[in-house]
Design a protein around this ligand. Sequence first.
Ligand SMILES: Cc1ncc(COP(=O)(O)O)c(C=O)c1O
Length: 372
Amino acid sequence: MMSEIPLLFKVYPDLRDKIPWMRLTNLPTKVEKLNLLGEYLGINNLWIKRDDQSALLYGGNKPRKLEFVLAEAREREADEIVTMGGIGSNHCLATTIYAQDKGIKPVLFLFPQPLTEHVKKNLSLFHYFGARLNLVPSALSAYWSCLTYCLKRKKAYLLPPGGSSILGSLGYVNAAFELREQIKKKEMPPPKYIFVTCGTCGTLAGLEVGARLSGLKTKLVGVRVVDKVIVNRITLKVLTNKIMKYLGKRCKDIPGVYPVRKSRPGGSSEQSSGVNFNLGDFTLLHNYFGGEYGRVTSEGERILKLIKEKEGIQLDTTYTAKTFAGLVDFMKINRKGTVLFWNTFNSVDLSKAINSVNYKELPDKFHKFFTR
Ligand SMILES: Cc1ncc(COP(=O)(O)O)c(C=O)c1O
């Protein structure tokens, strides 16, 4: 059943009036056992969290983040939401769809990535849903363009890549509470491991904080699908501690983050009682990236076909198939225990919209991606 407010606000009522939020999702998402695939792979307790069905307009991991982000944009009376990603970015697509739905104009700065059918589909959908499109040469120039664009406009809301701001990540703090609730209700056994894609860290960071606060005893394993400069344990440490601090400031029942040692006037030091995340708290798998953002890997392709054939679930080659490939290898060594794959890829069918777009309607600079 759909809850009216996030579980996070139910557990910590102090947060309710202090954090912007609006409903976009259809939660909780289901947890399901993947019997056929598990049997085929020799993994006894293989489960999936169906965040592909997280919302009706467009699913995946972005709607959970946008519930907080768009609420803040609306609170600030933003007339534009400015963000960036590859030309096939799911984050840019979700932001476009939900921002338009709320009457905020999406402005995208997009950089090239390896061309796949999925990339072309998302490009068509950016146009279909009315985003203002800008093509830039690289991720770095996209960052710069977003910043300079927003400096010139007072009512533009700047959203970091992947929607992985502190606020965006709260969507996954809440998701951890949701899973704990499902375990309590015996919808699934407590997972020993949870596998999740790590593209800008917001999803994993949110889950780490949520797991810590809700007492979910599980090992979260992130699979890196972008360059190490973006996804690493330092980024995770900084983001998780920022989230804790943000929550701690707004709710007396949340410990927040304190310096590990506080010095006292007499020169002695005292261990503080807050929650700190340290580098050793995070597990990342680095071998599934494929060397370039968006590059299709053979392991990814193989697993994508397998899960489609056995369970009828569609993954993507940039994010989730790489993550599942990491899970399969990991479970070959760590045979025992329940493992949960957190599916962050959208499964809402947008083929009608895609088919209605003629690529020539897009700005000229984008035509080359359709004729190659
Ligand atoms: C399908 C999918 N999974 C996972 C991610 C990565 O999530 P995060 O950026 O929070 O690490 C993305 C990011 O765009 C995505 O599109």
